[in-house]
Structure formats: structure tokens, C-alpha cells
Design a binder for this molecule. Structure first.
Ligand code: AMP
Length: 509
């Protein structure tokens, strides 16, 4: 038997092991033979650490080619890869470790001392993985162990419905849920994206996304791997580096913020992008204005797609044919998508706004150890209720019009207001709070906390206190004070009223 995901992803690369997989900013050249060998080394180390089929391997590490190989090595070892946002604080990490009970937790060497007690409490073995450079060879304990491990490994057999990864999504109740993704979920999505976006071995993808999220880890990396293509693997989105490497690239995937940043640089021209085959955007709404401005400057029409952690990619604008600004295109082959009435669950006539539901091989198998939550998010006929609001136009294009649950997306990251509200409400002097997203010139949306306080509480005190509790991307950019929160007759806070009231708060800053 095979290891469904790894063997599927490596089919092309194995036919041409000398082919380059990654161009790295430190000058190293990474071939498909290296992918095979280094993922084997990590798999050997993980097996040695006691990882059994189905065991979780959690990692909160900086982006590096080794971190990507740790993902592949985990899959080869039969484990379940659990990447964690590098911005999560110790208390957040404690929750994930307690909930997921990984066999191994891999962290940055610098965080080892502070996180070791949390790993111990959760019964996880702690290892470290740093960013190796030729100047600073401090790769961490896992890196050193991998160097000493054999570069041959017979991948553990795994079937299509076995788990390959768990990715936590922030929960609207404040509790994160672990979305369980199977080998088939990830492989089928890579196959569909390969065909839909016409990826071939000749492609060179500029990869500047984080790899703790579905976009950078699966959409970008798996699509490159499955065709035996190459990637320029950058540690993060840095405009200087992007312009430096762009001439070598054929394709780029990004969040809308990447595109607005490129647009604010005069080096973005028709000539600078003439050789590019494809620009893809997703993870948050791309403003139609950005789409049009990008085309006016470069002649390139950004291809916008839509997906989420639980479903991987569900829709895409067409490769050939009209890429319509402000829409996310059509359901991908094999994906069924419908728009239903939020209350009744009945399918709505075309053009009406409702909740988007999807079904297909891309849809995850449920939330880790939350059978009731899982059941609540699926219809009896197998459709997953995304919680996104949208509509289908007469030509079949899907448009996302809003997020049912007031999710804030800032710079491509999701922030669930409830989680920030809970943190705010715990602070001395705070009576209650409502957290909203308002337009932000750089991040699309920025987090704003609206607080009802008693006594003399200052914005800077609350801001400072939240730094200890929340990852940076979740921290409010501004906290404002009101006498009372606007509520409807049912007692629900009217966030739309607040969003209107504070609409200009961050754009004028
Ligand atoms: P995540 O699970 O972090 O990938 O976030 C998924 C959510 O991001 C979706 O449920 C949507 O609300 C939003 N999203 C992703 N892609 C798009 C898009 N192209 N347009 C609008 N919203 C999007």
C-alpha cells in the first residue's frame, strides 16, 4: 500500500529527482532528490521519537524549507501535521497542546524554555527547529537529529481517508476548532488546482506566504509539488525580495495585502510582470478596485479564488475566460456549491444572498474531538455550512458578500471578535466590549475594540495588557470608549452600527 498524499505529490518529482524544487534566498539549491531525502530523515527521526500512525506532530516554527520537510516527513511517518501560527502566545499554545495531545511538539529554539512546561503538561516531547543559514548553523535539536538520520525511509502506508493534518481555525465561541484534513482532501485539491490553474513542471512559483495556514502550506506548496515544478521559497512577504525574485517567477499566490503593497511600489510595471503567467489571490476579499488597478498597471488580471481551512479551495475564477473582479468564480470541478437560507436551510433562487454550503472531496472530515460542533456544521445530505454569505450570479459566478459570523480578516489573517472580546472583558475596568473590523488602508480590515468602562481606564493600558494575551495580529489597532453598546430588541449587540460609527477610524490614521 502507498502513502496516499506523499506518493501522490511526489509522482512527478520522482521521475526527475535532479529537478530543482526550491530556490532559497540563502543561495541553496533544493532538488526533488533533497525533498525525498530530507523528508525521509525527518520521518526517521519522528518514528524514533515514538510517532505512531495517527499521532499528531505540532509545530510552531519560523518558515523554512526544513519546516516544509517536517510537514512531508510527518505525513510519510503516518502522522498528522499540526502547524501553529508563529504569532500565538504561550497561553494560546497551551490550549492547542492540551486539546490536540501531540506526541511531538516542535518549536523555535528561542521559545524552548518558555514552552517546555506546556509541552510537558500535555504529554508532548519537545524538540526545536530553527532557521538554518550558512552563517548561523543553529538548526535546532530536530534539525541535528535529522542530519544524523538515514535518508531512506519506507513511507508508512496511509489510505485516502486517513488524517494528514489538523489546522486550527479560531472559534466564534472563543475556542479554536481543529479541522481534520485527510490525505484525499489534500491530494484531490492539489490535483484540481493543478488542472484548473494549468500548473506544469516548467512553473516557478513565488512563495511568500506563511506555511502555518492552508494557503501557503497546501494551496501553494502542494500545487508545486504535484507537478514537479519549482518555487522561490521566501521567508515572508518583503517587497524588496519580491521584486528581486520576480524576474525568475512564472506565478505568484498571495493575499490581497500583497497586491495592494505591490501596487504602492512604482517598480510594479507591465514590463516587470510581462513574463508572469498567473497571479492568484485569496484568503480575504480582493477589492474590485485592486483588481482593476493591477490590470491597468500590469495588464495582468489577478485570478481570485475562495476557500477556507475546512474545505481547502472551493471556487476559482477561470484560467481561460473572464476573471471577474469582485467575484470568486465558479465551483471547482468535483465541488458542489449552493446558497441557502440561513434559517430554513432551503436552497435560494439564483441571485439571492444566503449562506454558502459546499460538498466534495475537498471538504474536511470534522473538528477534532468535537462531534457535536461537527454535526452542527453539516447538513444531512453532506453539505458543509461555511458560514460565509454569498450569491451566484446569472453566469454562475460566485460572489462572497460578507461573513456570517462577523469574522475580521486583517492582512489575510482571521480574527474572531469573540476571542478578543473575552480577553478585553477580563481586564480591570472593562465592563463589556464589542470587537469589530473596520477598513484599514494596508490590511484590508483592522481590529477595533469598542469598550464600556467604569472608572478611569486608558487606551494604552488596555493595549499593553492585551499584548501579553493575544497574538499580534489579533490585537486591536485602536480601542475606543462608549457609554453603552448599541443593542437590538433581542439584546444582541448591533455591530453594524458600530462599524458605521467607526468606519473612518483607521483609514484616517
Ligand atoms: P481560512 O480558514 O483562514 O482560510 O479563512 C477562510 C475564510 O476567509 C472564508 O470562510 C472566507 O470568509 C474568507 N475568504 C477566503 N477567500 C476569500 C475570497 N476570495 N473572498 C472573500 N473571502 C474569502
Amino acid at each position: 500500500m502507498t502513502n496516499r498524499l506523499f506518493d501522490g505529490l511526489m509522482e512527478a518529482g520522482r521521475r526527475d529527482p535532479g529537478k530543482r524544487f526550491a530556490v532559497l534566498p540563502d543561495g541553496r539549491n533544493y532538488s526533488y532528490a533533497d525533498v525525498e531525502a530530507v523528508s525521509a530523515r525527518f520521518a526517521n527521526v519522528l518514528i524514533g521519537l515514538g510517532v505512531q500512525p495517527g499521532d499528531r506532530v505540532a509545530a510552531q516554527v519560523e518558515k523554512s524549507i526544513e519546516a516544509l520537510m517536517l510537514y512531508l516527513g510527518t505525513v510519510r511517518a503516518g502522522g498528522v501535521f499540526l502547524p501553529l501560527n508563529t504569532g500565538y502566545t504561550g497561553s494560546e499554545i497551551g490550549y492547542f497542546l492540551d486539546d490536540a495531545r501531540p506526541t511531538v511538539f516542535v518549536c523555535d529554539p528561542a521559545s524552548r524554555d518558555s514552552l517546555a512546561p506546556l509541552a510537558e503538561k500535555a504529554g508532548a516531547r519537545i524538540e526545536t527547529l530553527g532557521v538554518w543559514t550558512s552563517a548561523d548553523r543553529s538548526g535546532g535539536s530536530l534539525f541535528d537529529a535529522a542530519l544524523a538520520a538515514p535518508e531512506k525511509f519506507d513511507s508508512v502506508a496511509r489510505a485516502g481517508d486517513d488524517l494528514a493534518a489538523i489546522l486550527y481555525t479560531s472559534g466564534t465561541t472563543g475556542r479554536s476548532k481543529g479541522a481534520m484534513l485527510t490525505h484525499d482532501n489534500l491530494l484531490s485539491n492539489a490535483e484540481v488546482l493543478r488542472d484548473t490553474w494549468r500548473f506544469t513542471a516548467d512553473d516557478m512559483l513565488l512563495h511568500a506566504l506563511p506555511i502555518f495556514h492552508t494557503h501557503g502550506l497546501f494551496v501553494a506548496s502542494n500545487t508545486v509539488l504535484i507537478v514537479g515544478a519549482s518555487t522561490i521559497f521566501l521567508p515572508k512577504f518583503d517587497v524588496e525580495q519580491v521584486f528581486r525574485y520576480l524576474p525568475q517567477a512564472t506565478t505568484m499566490m498571495g493575499v490581497p495585502t500583497f497586491y495592494t503593497r505591490l501596487l504602492s511600489d512604482e517598480r510594479l510595471t507591465r514590463e516587470a510582470t510581462a513574463h508572469m503567467r498567473l497571479f492568484v489571490s485569496g484568503s480575504a476579499p480582493l477589492l474590485a478596485d485592486t483588481h482593476r488597478e493591477f490590470e491597468a498597471r500590469t495588464g495582468q488580471r489577478i485570478l481570485e479564488r475562495y476557500g477556507m481551512t475546512e474545505t481547502s479551495m472551493s471556487t476559482s475564477n477561470p484560467y481561460e475566460g473572464e476573471r471577474r473582479a469582485g467575484t470568486v468564480g465558479f465551483p471547482l470541478p468535483g465541488v458542489a456549491l449552493r446558497v441557502v437560507d440561513a434559517e430554513t436551510g432551503k436552497e435560494l433562487p439564483q441571485g439571492e444572498i444566503g449562506v454558502i454550503e459546499v460538498k466534495g472531496p475537498n471538504v474536511f472530515s470534522g473538528y477534532w474531538q468535537m462531534p457535536e460542533k461537527t454535526a452542527a456544521e453539516f447538513r444531512d445530505d453532506g453539505y458543509f455550512i461555511t458560514g460565509d454569505l454569498g450569491l451566484i450570479d446569472p453566469d454562475g459566478y460566485v460572489t462572497i458578500v460578507g461573513r456570517g459570523k462577523d469574522l475580521v480578516i486583517s492582512g489575510g489573517f482571521n480574527i474572531y471578535p469573540k476571542e478578543v472580546e473575552i480577553a478585553l472583558d477580563e481586564l480591570p475596568g472593562v465592563v463589556e466590549s464589542a470587537v469589530i473590523g473596520v477598513p484599514h488602508p494596508d490590511f484590508g480590515e483592522g481590529v477595533v475594540g469598542v469598550v464600556v468602562a467604569k472608572g478611569a481606564v486608558r487606551e494604552d493600558e488596555l493595549t499593553a495588557a492585551l499584548k501579553e494575551r493575544l497574538a499580534r495580529f489579533k490585537q486591536p489597532k485602536r480601542i475606543v470608549f462608549v457609554d453603552e453598546l448599541p443593542r437590538n430588541t433581542m439584546g444582541k449587540v448591533q455591530k453594524n452600527v458600530l462599524r458605521e460609527q467607526f468606519a473612518d477610524l483607521l483609514s484616517k490614521a
